[in-house]
Design a protein. Sequence first.
Length: 131
Amino acid sequence: MMMLPVTLAAAAAAAVLNIWLSIRIGAVRRALSISVGDGGSESLQRRMRAQANYVENTPFVLALIAAIELAGRGSWWLSFIAAAYFVGRVLHGFGMDGGSWGWGRMVGTLVTMLVLLGLAVVAALVGAGVL
């Protein structure tokens, strides 16, 4: 049986981060007494979009990590890339709130794009037999 330690750790981190993003949405919902939808609240819309954006990107990152690891091409660098992705997503989550953390949105977006592009290039090169 082949173990995929980086994929398993990344999937666990992904689940925990998704719970954190959900809790942040719930906090605004409670504070504003909005149970369904966004009630026109920009702060709730921002947090909902932070989680939605996370859910839109994370499956691709996990699939690429798993594919690279299954191909036997993952090593210490794959764990580093996964960690960088999750740090970027935390920054993006805070950054979506605006204010003094607004820079986190840009940094988190940039980290996400670079991680996705880098993993895609590695996967394509592995698939082509170059790596």
